[in-house]
Design a binder for this molecule. Structure first.
Ligand code: UDP
Length: 471
């Protein structure tokens, strides 16, 4: 008889990673696998304050935590990511090792109906979690929460360096950012320098080296799991496969295995009633995800373009969305500036929205997004046109796929000038062609996740693979 499978799921402790891996954990539990989802103590406390009851979680899914080593009031924002990574390495690794050692020990046997941990699925950004698991004799898989196309771009960086396509001139002096890139397989016809991860624009960037090393490290894992669908990224997946021990493309998980929200911020449901009062497809939904920050100059430019476009808008402005104002700036809050520019009837501002519900709402006509991968998948399945204003990580390459490959939206890459914002938003709201492409793409992706579709089949294969590793 096969041993009961029990997977320890360990996300990188940021919102986009938690959301995606929580859907994955829910899917595993639904397939009869025991799952321990390992948060950081800080995030588990935040989630408990936000939604004290976990009554709707599956009985096979439990939550534990380890410290991340940072004080509770540390912002853990985009500027603090290196500190978070260093602190996790210093503190969480030891805690994780002893927890996994005890949870996987056969002598611990079945405690309260929960069998020992037989397998780890760790965020690929935490290579140490994969190495430690294997050292302890627990097979480990890598989960990357970004797009396959960005994974392939990082994987191709060593060849780009060898062939001389990297480094390329800095953008300041007209550095040829529109030049085509030939060295990322399958993207030769449309990928430009400006679509590569933003760190490629800086010579000898330490973060780029780290991300490339982490990507290459996934070869060591028993398999690579990606939250994507063949319809969206079959070519990238085919080029990644020969480099990995196995690859599973099992998304979009947010539709296949929806969970009660894993939001670290309290969702402002009031915006749903506001949307109810708007006409069909009349509203621009603006959200730049959980990490991106904008300057006051960018806000002013972007806002005037958005207002000039003339549609009502719902804007997610997190408390930490803005670069700190310099001393000579006036004290007008961004919220007040937006209200003043838009007039109260035309704009709704929230600190955090129930995004998947918003994107499903009939009143939303387009999504102005940073093109983070979760947001991209969430809007793709709703068939709603996108306007992409990419910032970092996989945003640059995702937005190129939106504008040049899938045709479900437009890419404002590197520009947020008033006229461009106005024109792009208008086009995304009015274009029948973009709307048709977005709807067709949604239908194709829905076929991937339906029974017998590629993502559904791959998910079943993955569950079988995990059970096999657990015997
Ligand atoms: N999100 C949300 N409410 C908001 C803004 C974002 O629930 O007001 C969620 C969104 O649905 C997505 C995640 O936060 O699942 C953001 O992940 P993404 O990969 O798009 O971007 P990141 O935050 O990692 O930059």
């Amino acid at each position: 008889m096969a041993a009961a499978a029990h997977v320890l799921v360990l996300p990188w402790p940021l919102q986009g990673h938690i959301n995606c891996m929580l859907h994955f954990a829910t899917g595993l539990a639904g397939a009869g696998v025991h799952v321990t989802f390992l948060h950081t103590e800080h995030n588990l406390r935040r989630l408990a304050r936000r939604a004290p009851s976990s009554a709707d979680a599956s009985p096979r899914l439990r939550f534990l935590s380890i410290p991340d080593g940072l004080p509770d009031d540390h912002p853990r924002s985009v500027d603090g990511l290196l500190e978070l990574a260093a602190s996790m390495l210093a503190t969480a690794t030891g805690e994780y090792r002893s927890l996994l050692s005890s949870l996987s020990s056969a002598s611990d046997a079945v405690v309260g109906g929960v069998p020992p941990v037989t397998c780890v699925v760790a965020d690929g950004l935490m290579a140490w979690a994969i190495d430690i698991a294997e050292e302890l004799g627990v097979p480990a898989l890598a989960f990357r929460t970004a797009s396959a196309c960005s994974f392939l771009a990082y994987l191709s960086v060593p060849e780009l360096l060898e062939s001389g396509e990297l480094p390329f001139p800095a953008s300041g002096g007209g550095g040829g950012l529109d030049e085509q890139v030939r060295g990322v397989p399958g993207m030769e016809g449309f990928l430009r320098r400006r679509d590569l991860p933003i760190q490629c624009r800086r010579r000898g960037d330490a973060m780029l080296r780290t991300l490339v090393d982490l990507t290459v490290h996934s070869r060591k894992a028993r398999a690579l799991i990606l939250n994507t669908a063949a319809t969206l990224e079959h070519a990238a997946l085919a080029h990644i496969a020969p480099h990995m021990r196995d690859v599973f493309a099992i998304g979009p998980l947010q539709v296949m295995h929806p969970t009660p929200s894993g939001s670290l911020w309290r969702e402002d449901d009031g915006c749903m009633a506001w949307l109810d009062a708007q006409a069909d497809r009349s509203v621009v939904y603006v959200s730049l995800g959980s990490l991106a920050v904008i300057s006051h100059e960018q806000l002013a430019e972007f806002l005037s373009g958005l207002v000039a476009a003339g549609y009502p808008f719902l804007w997610v402005l997190r408390p930490d969305s803005m670069v700190a104002a310099s001393q000579n700036q006036d004290n007008t809050t961004p919220q007040a500036a937006i209200r003043a520019a838009a007039g109260n009837n035309k704009a709704r501002i929230v600190a955090w929205a129930p995004q998947r519900d918003v994107l499903r709402h009939r009143a939303v006509g387009c999504f102005l997004t940073h093109a983070g991968w979760n947001s991209t998948l969430e809007v793709v399945v709703e068939g709603v046109p996108m306007v992409c204003w990419p910032f970092f990580a996989d945003h640059q390459i995702n937005s190129r796929f939106v504008g040049a490959v899938w045709g479900n939206g437009l890419d404002m890459k590197d520009v947020c000038e008033r006229d461009v914002v106005e024109r792009t938003v208008r086009e995304a709201m009015e274009s029948d062609e973009i709307r048709r492409s977005a709807e067709a793409l949604a239908q194709q992706v829905k076929r991937d996740i339906a029974a017998g579709g590629s993502s559904a089949t791959e998910f079943q294969r993955l569950v079988g693979f995990i059970r096999e590793l657990s015997t």
